[in-house]
Design a protein around this ligand. Structure first.
Ligand code: NAD
Length: 348
């Protein structure tokens, strides 16, 4: 395996591997390990260029540092990319090569599944290295925990905005009824919230309609519906110049990663008086479940209590934002950086 390394300011390690025997090509970016090993999944994707893949690895690994710091996990931030078509049937060859690459970093980086990879792929990684989480039969599908965390983030946002965290009678516009969106719809329904839902997959919409009493809305209409909360649980970059002027909600809180197209869109939400629950704080339930159960050996009850603490984390972000008159995305970054700083000052 041919290994090369690139010095990137602000990152601890950025390493590239090529394995001619298997056709494997990968990147590992370790952003920061102040709080613990750089934890973050393996994304398997056909990028238009190597530069685009590297940028994604850098952006995602930095995001993991912030997400783990806010979630109170003893993990840093890292991410890996496998370059290529993720529909390949040569999975054993590719993922064992990836496992060898992960192992070369000696535990500085711990991987798991992400877009284009599955728990079954991680079993191949495990054959080459112990530095892998998200395995079959361990902490299980993180999505219901992510949904619970988003629900707690919504409650914290409701408390801050309306003085009560009771969501009964509130209307939530939910985009994406998938692995996270559907259990979130169920929990909101149990809490007495009214739902308007959309998805590009009709069967998923129908399930939310029949099981959660939701009203179906067309995919493009979701941005303009009158509701209390918008919950983006489909793709990223949906908060942008086109959508923000259309919003008729008071809170945005959802699971999707990288909801703001650019950070200035967080400022735009603020200017419109819309309270934004920063995505990487609100959607940390999944990493909390994997991190606490697989890396720390916690039992389920203790892990679930930590997921529920997302409420306190969001409350703290909103407090910093209002005291310092900063947009919430900035307040979240500040809180994460404070946690990294405290640890750097007291390494014991
Ligand atoms: P999923 O693929 O199960 O669900 C996404 C849903 O969005 C699908 O039903 C899909 O049909 C729908 N969708 C796609 N494009 C759409 C559009 N234009 N309009 C409406 N619906 C659309 O994914 P998931 O696991 O539920 O994750 C949802 C989001 O949350 C993703 O952005 C993911 O990165 C993020 N996230 C997930 C987890 C987790 O634990 N699964 C953790 C953190 C963040």
């Amino acid at each position: 395996m041919k290994i090369t390394e690139k010095a990137v300011p602000g990152y601890e390690r950025v390493v590239f591997a090529e394995d001619p025997d298997s056709g494997y090509r990968g990147i590992i970016a370790v952003h920061n390990t102040t709080l613990g090993p750089g934890a973050g999944g393996t994304r398997f994707w056909n990028y238009r260029s190597d530069e685009e893949a590297l940028n994604d690895a850098l952006r995602l690994s930095r995001g993991m540092t912030y997400k783990s710091a806010l979630a109170g996990l003893p993990c840093g931030g890292g991410k890996s990319i496998i370059l290529g078509d993720n529909r390949t049937t040569e999975r054993e060859k590719i993922f064992r090569a990836h496992g060898r690459f992960v192992h070369l970093l000696g535990g500085l980086y711990i991987t798991a599944e992400d877009v284009g990879t599955s728990p079954a792929d991680m079993e191949y990684v495990l054959q080459e290295t112990p530095y892998v989480a998200g395995l079959q039969g361990k902490s299980g599908d993180p999505s219901p925990r992510t949904a619970r965390g988003v629900f707690r983030a919504m409650q914290a946002a409701a408390k801050f905005r309306w003085g009560s965290d009771d969501l009964a009678g509130r209307t939530v516009a939910l985009q994406g009824c998938g692995h996270v969106g559907f259990p979130l719809a169920e929990e909101l329904h149990r809490a007495g919230a009214k739902l308007m839902v959309t998805d590009v997959d009709d069967a998923r919409v129908q399930r939310a309609v029949s099981e959660c009493g939701a009203r179906a809305v067309a995919p493009d209409e979701i941005y303009g519906v009158e509701a209390d909360i918008l919950a983006p649980c489909a793709m990223g970059a949906i908060l942008n110049d086109q959508t923000i002027p259309r919003l008729r909600v008071e809170i945005v809180a959802g699971a999707a990663n990288n909801q703001l197209l650019e950070t200035r869109h967080g400022d735009m939400l603020e200017a419109r008086g819309i309270l934004y629950a920063p995505d990487y704080a609100a959607n940390a339930g999944g990493i909390i479940s994997g991190g606490c159960m697989e890396m720390l050996g916690w039992d389920e009850a203790r892990m679930l209590a930590r997921v529920d603490d997302i409420y306190d984390c969001l409350s703290e972000i909103f407090k910093i934002s209002s005291e310092r008159k900063l947009p919430t995305w900035k307040a979240a970054d500040i809180l994460a950086e404070q946690r990294l700083q405290i640890k750097q000052e007291s390494p014991a």
